[in-house]
Design a protein around this ligand. Sequence first.
Ligand code: GLA
Length: 385
Amino acid sequence: MDQKELSRILDNVFPNSGHKEKVRFFSAPGRINIIGEHVDYAGGIVLPAAIDVFIKIAIRKNQAGKFRIHSVSSGETIESESVSYDSEHSWVNYAYGVIEEFRKLRHIAVFFDLVIWGNIPQGAGLSSSAAFEVAVAFALSEIHGWKFSREEIALLCQRAENNFVGVNCGIMDQFIISTAKKDSCIALNTQSLKYEFYEMLLEGYEFYLIDSKVKHSLKDSAYNDRRNEVESAFQKIKKHRPEFTTLYQVEPEDLENPSWNLNEIEKKRARHVTQERYRTGWMIQNLKIGNAKEVGKILFECHKSLSNNYEVSCEETDFIVEELEKENALGARMIGGGFGGCVLILDINGRKDILFEKIKNRYSAKFGNEPKLYTFRISDGVKEF
Ligand code: GLA
């Protein structure tokens, strides 16, 4: 989708903009995450990277006295003089949430016409919704000359999702989509928000994705429950160990301490979060020296913990990972919020087509539908184009 096509749609859908405002174009990428899953709301370190699937928007200030937003994929056009939660067109709330968060900071958006197009598969764990939020926030900041930094944009979008959309997500998705650099992942400390770029140097190996096509929606899923379980575990621990500021700092073996009185669910959730700290440290060391075999092993271990301790996998993604392990792929794990979506795979260059064919046949025989293979490049973050 290029500028010309987006402009054509904008003029078609909103023929009566009736003035000379300039159309501007913005794009925001999807994301993967190498390691650090479900720890970005527990003060953990995450290692995400942006990938070359995008949300693209064309935006123009209007004098129609309304926000007018058109989605190319659904064909819907929403018009509204004010911002209030739209339960019939849930996608538009990502834009409304952003407008509302700017308003809270006394930055009032002028009315605009906006067309959104995207090729980030929805519900696949690749953050299409965060990309929409970040594209809109970055665009609004630019067209009004508000000069928000990329980090501020990320935080504002997280608040939009928490407060307006109602998903109590962490900061990972919005942060990487705002700050990403081509060919690098970032190691982001979600407590201090300090981050470093790491070049993805695993020569001779490749990452790719298999989409289970099981759609997850974080709003309907147990995502918010997981956050609450982790929070209640931490509150119990804090009574005994007030020096801890996040659950991530706790030692996994201490979770068995009977005086902490964690129930079985809290123990399992906290076990994932606290062990993920070790996996992440080990992952960073091995990425630095290009030890792909070890990187792969850590991916499998992470998946097992997400499946057994955190219980955010599902039969389909477990099946894909298990089959890949049987076929001696280097490593694989579900990514993102979970309950379906994509599996991230690391393997030797050149094996993916044969391997995918095998997995696809077995998967279809078992579940009656076909998974999908995605290859990608590591991309830049949000930008004007
Ligand atoms: C979703 C959330 C993120 C993060 C991941 C799990 O993508 O939006 O904040 O919690 O799940 O790591």
